[in-house]
Design a protein around this ligand. Structure first.
Ligand SMILES: Cc1ncc(COP(=O)(O)O)c(C=O)c1O
Length: 458
């Protein structure tokens, strides 16, 4: 029989992987996990510095979630929500999310992934504007470096070249406005507030150039994740929302990463004062234990959709596994655990250790900027600290640091030369110290190699 690694190379088509190089590097096969750690086939342990894919908030080995899943499997392993059917976990989850989310008169649509929730949001926006008799108001604006998923429509919203290049994307009707990264795009002498105002003006110019009666919605992650963990500058969302309101453009908050405590409040929208018309959540909703997502829509968004479905005879959209009872039961239990263990209080308590430690890395010769809040952050690696000159992408310095971290027992993720950190929310202060020390070791080793190769400036 082949080993797992051999079978992987022979048959598994990996997502987000250099497929050409994969047969040489082979897979890292993870067998189990406990708390913030996962273990490979050889028994080596790694701290999961990104909570898997920003999702495993409660860490590995949470027995209560396993129990609830097993129990739900026995009672009702499948039922759906089509044609007025319902089941208790789906309904109770919708009720719980409507109560938690800062979305007025909320209705909750359940799906299986962040991409599906955002894709559904796009379809609902189009459907609603047809219902309101304004069929031209359909364009959607996202931001450069945004990440909203990988379906045809959501990869079009995503503002990262790898998600579009050679995929024949973006589709028509999707527009991008500037990224709110002050350190990278702020001009000399410009304050954060002035930069935020400039980004809001650019957005308004774009809306006016396209025609406000053609622009339907604006998508935003409160903190951009896969684009490199970009925290918005002071005043940004206040200014952006004033523009959206003026031109009757809906705000969709993509809380797939920031939902359920990551930034120290239940939703990033609360941290940054967003008043979304629609909100998407996934990942932390079930602590990543089972695939589930939700689109939470305000009453004023729902009402015209309801009326249109009445005219047509059915709302012609739904996913076989959307709101599946097993992930729904696990999500409900996850929300219960967050409340019982005061996960928000814990995040606020330990976040300074992570953020202060990250800021201390700012002194490292490879680090141009250390940024973040709550339990999410990143360092941006640069060839020249003062000039903020990026490395030649061919050097793949971010990937090098991630490989060094992995050898030191810390799993991180590089987005270009931004290296991200978003540990499980249950991480302790002691574990944060370990994470930061492994991270620093990886930076030192990568620095040593780059220096020896003569690719660093003076
Ligand atoms: C902000 C955000 N939106 C949407 C998605 C897409 O979610 P999924 O991978 O579950 O489709 C992600 C995934 O990382 C994300 O970070």
């Amino acid at each position: 029989m082949s080993t797992v690694a051999e079978a992987d190379i022979a048959h598994l088509f990996h997502p987000y992987t250099n497929l050409e190089r994969h047969p040489e590097t082979g897979p890292l096969v993870i067998t189990h996990g406990k708390g913030v750690r996962v273990y490979d086939e050889a028994g080596k342990d790694y701290i999961e510095g990104l909570a898997g894919l920003w999702c495993t908030a409660l860490g590995w080995g949470e027995e209560r979630l396993a129990e609830v899943a097993a129990e739900q499997m026995r009672t009702l392993p499948f039922y759906h929500l089509f044609t007025s059917k319902a089941h208790q976990p789906g309904v109770r989850l919708a009720e719980a999310l409507a109560a938690l989310a800062p979305v007025p008169d909320a209705k909750v649509f359940l799906a299986c992934s962040g991409s599906e929730a955002n894709d559904t949001a796009i379809k609902m926006i189009w459907y609603r504007n047809n219902a309101l008799g304004r069929p031209a108001k359909k364009k959607i604006i996202a931001r450069e470096r945004a990440y909203h998923g990988v379906t045809v429509a959501t990869a079009s919203l995503t503002g990262l070249p790898v998600n579009q290049r050679s995929f024949d994307l973006p589709i028509a009707g999707i527009l991008h406005t500037g990224c709110p990264h002050y350190w990278r795009y702020g001009e000399k002498g410009e304050t954060e507030e002035q930069f935020a105002a400039r980004r809001a003006e650019e957005l308004e110019k774009l809306i006016l150039a396209e025609g406000p009666d053609t622009v339907a919605a604006f998508f935003a992650e409160p903190v951009m994740g896969a684009g490199g963990v970009i925290v918005p500058p002071a005043g940004y969302f206040e200014k952006i929302q004033a523009v959206l309101k003026k031109h009757d453009v809906l705000l969709v908050a993509d809380e797939v990463i920031t939902g359920f405590g990551r930034t120290g409040t239940m939703f990033g929208s609360e941290t940054f004062g967003l008043k979304p018309d629609m909100m998407t959540v996934a990942k932390g909703l079930s602590s990543g234990y089972l695939p589930i997502s939700a689109l939470i829509v305000a009453g004023h968004v729902y009402e015209p959709i309801k009326a249109e479905a009445g005219r047509i005879g059915v709302f012609g959209h739904g996913l076989t596994y959307g709101g599946h009872p097993v992930p729904a039961a696990v999500a409900l239990e996850t929300l219960k655990i967050y409340a019982e263990r005061d996960i928000l209080g814990h995040v606020r308590k330990v976040a300074p250790a992570l953020q202060d430690g990250l800021r201390a890395l700012q002194q490292h010769p490879l680090v141009g900027e250390a940024r973040g809040l709550g339990l999410i952050g990143a360092v941006e690696l640069v060839a020249d600290k003062d000039a903020r000159t990026p490395f030649d992408p061919k050097l793949a310095v971010g990937a090098k640091v991630v490989a060094k971290a992995q050898a030191n027992g810390l799993i991180l993720r590089a987005m270009g030369d931004a290296v991200a950190l978003a540990p499980p929310l249950i991480v302790s202060e002691g574990e944060i110290v370990e994470i930061l020390s492994r991270f620093r070791a990886a930076l030192d080793e990568a620095h040593g190699e780059l220096e020896a190769a003569g690719v660093l400036g003076e």
